[in-house]
Design a protein around this ligand. Sequence first.
Ligand code: AMP
Ligand code: GLY
Length: 422
Amino acid sequence: MNVLIIGSGGREHAIAYKVKKSIRVKKIFCTPGNAGILNICEPVPVPADDYSALAKFAEENNIGLTIVGPEVPLCAGIVNEFHNRNLQIFGPDKKGAQLEGSKVFAKRFMQKYGIPTANFKCFDNQKKALDYINEKNIPLVVKADGLAAGKGVIVCKSNEEAKQAVKLIMEDKTFGDAGRQLLIEDMLYGEEASILALTDGKIIVPLETSQDHKAAYDGDRGPNTGGMGAYSPAPVVTPGVMEKINRKVLKPALDGLKAEGMDFHGVLYAGLMIQDAKINVLEFNVRFGDPETQAVLPRLKTDFVDLCLATATGKLSSIELKWDNRPAVCVVMASGGYPGKYHKHLQITGIEDAEKNKDVIIFHSGTDLRHGELVTNGGRVLGVTALGDNLSDAIETAYQAVEKIHFDQMHFRWDIGAKALN
Ligand code: AMP
Ligand code: GLY
């Protein structure tokens, strides 16, 4: 079978890595890809955001399965385009993708189906939002409704910060149309975990747990990023907590997808806050998490293409999930300045040396080839993943690999996984 992958990050490199291992696969195509992905996939001569042309390409090139990495094409309806041509594709339709594309929609969905989440109110009027902040007078989180590349959530310690956040979103229009509506949520406390669950619209099956590190600097300080590293499994998700997640989040979410008539064949990602075994959903995403996927997929023993195809075709119950018990850790190496401004096209060295250890996999995110040389091409550059007999081994192996890699102004966290050791 031929497989098409959409996307260009570490997540898509991890997906391509697993697809490549499947004995069912002949050719793998990817667009737009990156230097690492295009080592193992063929490029696609169609613009990555022309979804109708991609569906035509898939039809003409005998693509038996398309796997969509990022949220933007899903929210724009790529799945609908492929279904119009009777093509198999992994991901929700445009309606299902609203669970990520609109935070207001997602919160109303959670409320309707009894899924635990922080108290909230929605606003499309700046004055009313400011009045609400005065009235509440507690720590709040202000969120732009639409897609903002992970930057539209502002965690505010004071009333003043919350008011500034409302101004940033509604008056300065920092996130454009994504900020036409906003949410103001009560602050939650605890430890976060990511649950990536597969659903074929009939059943929902969680993958192994993981935890992201959103803040830019050690000790969870600094601005939020797309994610600076991850580990799997996440010990905060005890068997008791997992039972609650299944009962209070995944089961009602599946009931909701069915009741709302969403055509959902892909990943429902629940970002959770867990405190004293009490769970709340922070957000839903409708795709694999990045970098979580870089820590979760290397542990998967089940054939990934079988799994995705079964998800896309409503046959998930026929698949048995098998896992490598060894934990995995992914350390993201980012460009200096990220998540703010950063330089591009800086030479990267040391990858081959780092990859000599068989427990290490280097996933590319923002990389490119220029004049035959590997260079940086984005904020998050590499995801250095290692497996270990236990978490401290995995952490040690990952950082040994990180120390072999170099590019100017590189920046990464030294404490990925440390929380789980405590
Ligand atoms: P989201 O994109 O909604 O998951 O938000 C991004 C990050 O903001 C989360 O991973 C949390 O670290 C933080 N966050 C979001 N909502 C809340 C909340 N209600 N209380 C505390 N932190 C939050
Ligand atoms: N790592 C967070 C996300 O994928 O949204």
